[in-house]
Design a protein around this ligand. Structure first.
Ligand code: TGC
Ligand code: FAD
Length: 389
């Protein structure tokens, strides 16, 4: 019997019934709601905001959080499969869900008070409150410890001054999780977009993640009440802990993007007849397709095992770094190669590879660049910190 070309090791058989059901439901959403519009959204530079209530109805925001806060109580593999199927549609749609879930709902749940959880999480799960995550600053995102944004105590409140750059969902957000330097180290604050002194502007002329909103945030003497401080964590580890959650999801998302490109390349090369035979019948095309399937299969197994480690509570951030590096590099190479195999047709958004390839240029940069993750693995192997000045 022929093997399924996009799942050569039958990884789906290693999933629980619940995980398979979730994957199928999100796959159906991507097929029916995302794919018919996403090429146009990308071309127009438009985030498909109309999908947000539907994503919420499917339970895709905060899916791993307890039901008491509007979450779905799902496990990490289910969350990974959600990211995979959304990014099979577009990295921008997955980004929206990652930021909402891993970078905003997660820190409120993990570091916030019960009052903060109750105030924010149910509305965020329902898609009625949109969040963004402000860590990066214009002078160097790889080195967040060199943060210039400051929060100083003023009576019972805090006053924030500074700016954040490259912030997904920035102008859509009702609340921004902003990380700022204080006299007691880096702390997180829930800055509401209506607060005086807060402003957000979109970054224009992006050639990547065009179906996603990316913004700059400005904080000019924004007075934030103590009730909006995330008191459960202090130091950069709070922000880095959120990144571990989001990076874990991205390892799965990259599999979705690569799957879409391999699927497109297989279909096209079997139909395209050149020199009297399908392109797929040539040895060079088969070597490329086989190589992409090999790397995709390895990525699928890597993320699934990472998910099982996360489920067991033993996942280490360096393991996430290795998988983010491996899987996003794999997806970018597959997308670029598939674009080439489609010839001229490959440069239009009628086919998905160029859109995924362009998106993946962001995915390989955000949440820690490829180099940052390589150096994190190098540090683990050698015990020598190459980030130290
Ligand atoms: P270091 O100063 O040594 O450590 C600080 C504390 O943090 C702990 N820690 C982590 N905790 C959880 N997860 C991680 N990945 C962690 N990495 C470090 C560490 O144990 C320490 O704790 P403690 O208790 O000793 O204080 O920091 P470092 O040397 O480990 O970090 C250096 C480096 C370069 C790895 C880090 O700064 C880094 O990851 N830089 C990249 C920054 C980045 O990824 N920014 C992403 C911004 S958000 C984004 O891109 C969103 S895109 C979203 C989308 O659209 O999908
Ligand atoms: P830099 O840090 O300036 O890096 C420049 C180059 O130097 C890179 O090639 C890097 O790999 C390399 N480099 C870095 N360190 C070393 C080293 N030690 N040795 C050798 N080379 C090194 N941030 C948020 O906080 N929230 C968001 O929601 C968010 N969304 C984003 C959405 C998009 C579309 C993009 C593009 C970015 C987003 N980011 C977000 C920011 C992202 O995390 C940063 O772009 C990323 O961390 C890299 O920072 P930088 O762009 O300043 O590059």
């Amino acid at each position: 019997m022929a093997l399924p070309p996009l799942d050569l090791y039958d990884v789906r058989s290693l999933l629980s019934d619940e995980e398979r059901a979730i994957q199928s439901a999100v796959a159906d959403f991507t097929d029916t709601r995302v794919l018919p519009i996403i090429g146009d959204c990308f071309a127009e530079g438009r985030f498909p905001r109309e999908l947000v209530p539907e994503l919420a109805r499917l339970g895709l925001f905060g899916a791993t959080l307890p039901e008491a806060y509007g979450g779905g109580g799902l496990g990490p593999v289910s969350y990974g499969l959600i990211c995979q199927e959304l990014e099979r549609g577009d990295s921008g749609v997955r980004s929206f869900a990652s930021v909402q879930s891993s970078l905003c709902m997660y820190p409120i749940f993990a570091y916030g008070s019960d009052a903060q959880r109750r105030r924010w999480l149910p509305g965020m799960a329902a898609g009625e409150i949109i969040g963004c995550f402000g860590l990066t600053e214009a002078h160097g995102g790889s080195d967040p410890a060199n943060m210039q944004t400051r929060a100083r105590k003023a009576g019972g409140d805090w006053v924030l001054d500074g700016a954040k750059m490259w912030i997904t969902n920035g102008t859509l957000a009702d609340v921004a999780v902003v990380w700022a330097q204080t006299d007691d180290g880096v702390q997180g604050f829930l800055v509401e977009s209506a607060m005086e002194g807060f402003a957000a502007h979109d970054i224009r002329n992006k050639m990547s993640l065009r179906a996603s909103v990316t913004s700059a945030l400005y904080l000019d003497g924004v007075r934030v009440p103590e009730a909006n401080r995330l008191a459960g964590v202090r130091g950069l580890k709070g922000a880095l802990g959120c990144l571990t959650e989001a990076r874990y999801g991205i390892t799965w998302g990259a599999i979705g993007a690569a799957t879409a490109c391999l699927d497109e390349a297989l279909g096209y090369s079997k139909e395209r007849v050149l020199f009297g035979r399908p392109v797929a019948a040539t040895q060079s095309a088969q070597v490329k397709l086989a190589d992409w399937a090999r790397r995709l299969t390895a990525a699928q197994l890597l993320s699934l095992h990472l998910g099982r480690l996360k489920e067991a509570g033993t996942m280490h951030p360096t393991q996430v770094s290795l998988a983010k590096w491996n899987n996003v590099r794999m997806a970018l190479d597959v997308a670029r190669g598939a674009r080439d195999l489609l010839g001229g047709a490959g440069i239009t958004t009628d086919y998905c590879p160029i859109r995924h390839a362009l998106n993946l240029e962001s995915v390989i940069t955000y949440e820690g660049t490829e180099t940052v993750h390589q150096l994190a693995v190098g540090r683990e192997l050698t015990g020598i910190n190459a980030f130290a000045g």
